[in-house]
Ligand binder design. Structure first.
Ligand SMILES: [Cu+2]
Length: 151
């Protein structure tokens, strides 16, 4: 197996490092709604806010739980447009998107949402599949990548 690591691109090593760091530090949930016993809402909703600043997604790793109602919020604090382009996360998943972004849908469902400066996109869905799902911004010249981990 000598030299096996050479099969990994720098990109893949970067993701691996991110996940390893993450595994040691525990979940990062920027803003989690904790249901109370008094609530009549039987299904708690997990809410995660991803801030976009200086062409970067914060946090760069988002943890979600499979099978749980989810509100994923993107807030663009930059003076330019950004996009949220998920890879695989929403395959076969129904979602509802609100906010002042411009969502785009194709034959395979949700493709991306473009978020204006100081804008916001809120995506409600239930993650079905566990796994590691990259997402990125596809605006020209933007090197913006991050990861959603569904456990
Ligand atoms: Cu961008």
């Amino acid at each position: 197996m000598r030299g096996r690591s050479e099969f990994f691109s720098a990109f893949q090593r970067g993701w691996l490092a991110t996940l390893m760091v993450f595994a040691m530090s525990g979940p990062v949930e920027a803003d989690k709604h904790v249901p109370t016993l008094a609530s009549s809402d039987s299904e708690p909703e997990q809410q995660v806010i991803v801030n976009i600043r200086a062409r970067s997604f914060e946090p760069s790793t988002v943890m979600l739980r499979a099978g749980q109602k989810t509100k994923l919020v993107f807030q663009n604090h930059d003076v330019e447009l950004h996009a949220f382009v998920p890879v695989g996360l929403f395959v076969g998943v129904n979602l509802n998107i609100t906010g002042n972004g411009a969502p785009e849908f194709g034959h395979d469902g949700f493709k991306r949402v473009i978020i204006p400066s100081e804008g916001r996109a809120e995506i409600r869905f239930v993650p079905e599949q566990t796994g590691v799902f990259p997402f990125f911004c596809d605006m020209p010249g933007h090197e913006m990548r991050a990861t959603i981990v569904v456990q």
